[in-house]
Structures are given as structure tokens and as C-alpha cells.
Write a protein that binds this ligand. Sequence first.
Ligand code: SF4
Length: 347
Amino acid sequence: MLNWYPRHRRDLPWRHTRDPYAIWLSEVILQQTRVKQGLPYYLDFITTYPTVQDLAVAPQDEVLRHWQGLGYYSRARNMHHTAQQVVQEYGGHFPGSYAELLQLRGVGQYTAAAIASFAYDEQVAVLDGNVFRVLARVFGLSQDIAVPASRKVFQQLADTLIPAEQPAEFNQAIMEFGAIQCTPQKPDCLFCPLQQQCFAFQRGLVQELPVKSKAKAARTRYFHYLVLRYADMVYMRKRGPKDIWEGLYDFALHETDAADLPAVAVVEAVENLGARMLTNRVEEPVAALRHVLSHQKVEAKFHPIWLEAPLAAEVMERTGLAPYRAAAIEELPKSILTTNYISNIKL
Ligand code: SF4
């Protein structure tokens, strides 16, 4: 690994720093994200918020706006909270060891190990999807990597491999090896330096390893958005906790079990909100969009509703809806689904 890495590694900005803040930022952004997609986000964040203090004092809406498009928004909220925790509880300095890093919100074993080794040269092995794959293939580990209990077996093995000298280099190397040499679908076995030792290659089991059971099928949800409009205003609200897209803005939502919402049900939904339509003629929904998340699919329809009068204060308080003009909407953090809809219509 240590021979292979210097000759093959990609030149990435977070590999030129020992600053735990910058390393942590890159690791949070790169979770469940490809390097190519994450790189511009990393550059944007490190430029906008060069220190943990800068990130901690930023308004949450602004942080979510910068995160927009990366998905898994709980990562952004946790990241923001962690920055505040580092400033308030640790005087703006990241804790200096693996064990202490684990105390931070949203910092799991993987991220703590990455920061501890890359920033402090602590001898603690990282385990991400790439490392799981390399170890499973080279050593023939058949434990299901989707099962949390398997982690212990892989961690024990990885801990025996990581050298006391150059632990950071080794961790970087094995992750990079999994990312560009021992890839999931077409590993480059022909030109692999581990070919002779590789359990999977020697037995023709490369495609069988690692063992990973399938995730549960995603459930489908049907979102019917009531896009309430009055004059040049559109009513939007900030999504609450305990559901997808917490903290992002969307329209009044009527969720049902069916892909279609009959006109009469649209009228009823608007009236239940406490709003009055300008006419009782319901327009066809403008767009039907499908958005696939890791554990659920969202099928959305947007129903444009012109109001007879602005929403009453009581309705806005009860529903969280507030009027926005086009320029303000542009600045709000939104899901890709909502952003796509807005870019397709004229506000
Ligand atoms: S021989 Fe193939 S499967 Fe084995 S480590 Fe190398 S690339 Fe991965």
C-alpha cells in the first residue's frame, strides 16, 4: 500500500493539510458522495468558512444553501452543530484524539479515525466502504458488511495492519486503493500489486466479495404541493424535524397514498388550510417529479393555486407558511425537487 500510494494517488486539496477542521469538513462532505461531486462543495465551504468559528456563527439557512444539491441534509445540520460544539466546548480547537473526537455530534468511528490519523498521526485504522471491500477481497472475509456486527471483525483486522509509522499515509493509501484500483465493479486485477496474495483473485471470487445484503426496498410517498400564490408572492414554509429535508423550504404539502389528487380534493385541501381560492377552477398540476432518496421515493405534483386574498396571520402562524418574492425564494435552501420545479416555472 505504502509503495503503491505515492505513485497513484489523486491530488486532492484536503490531502495537503493537517488542519483537523479542513479534514473533518472534507470527510463530512465526502460521506455517501463521490469525490468529483464533493470537491466543488469542499472548495466552496473552505473558502466561505475558512475556520470552524466562521462556520459556527453562520446562519443555518445559509449553511443549508451552500449544501444544496449534496443530499442527506442531516449531515449539514450535524456539521453546523458540531462546529458550534467545537467552538463552545473546546475553545474552537478540535479534540486531539480518536476517543475524544467520538464525543462530537455526527462524528462516528470512521470520521474520528480519519481526523485522528490524518491530522494527529494516531495509529487508528479507518474503515469506509473502500476499505471494507479491499479487506474482504484480499483476506477473504465473508461477513456481511451491511450488518453492523461485522464491523468488529474488519476493524480488528485493519488494526493489525496499520503501521505505527505513517498511519495517516496507510489509511489514505488503502482508501485510495479501494477507490481507484480495487473498485466495486471492475477492479484492475490484472495490474494489481496484491494479485498473488489476494484471496478473491486467486479463487475467482472477486465479484462475490464483499458480501453485502440488499437494503430494504424504498417506499414511495406521494407529495401534492399546493403552490399558493397571491400577486407576486408565493407562500413557502420551512420543513420541520423528523422527516426528510429538515430545515429546507417548500410549499404547503398535502401527502396522500395516491399519485393523483382529484380537483375536489385540491379545493378541500386548500380550504382546510384556511385559504380562499381566486376561482374554483383547479389547474392541472404543472409538474410531476420523482425524487429518489436512499430509503424512500418521492413522487411530487405541484398544484398552482391563486388566492383571492393574502393568507391571514392566524393561518400563517398555524402552517408556518410565509409569502416570498422570487428573489428571496432564490436564496432559500431548498431540496433539488423544489429547485427543479421553481426553475421550470416563471415565478
Ligand atoms: S487482485 Fe483484484 S480483487 Fe484483489 S486486491 Fe487486487 S484489484 Fe482487488
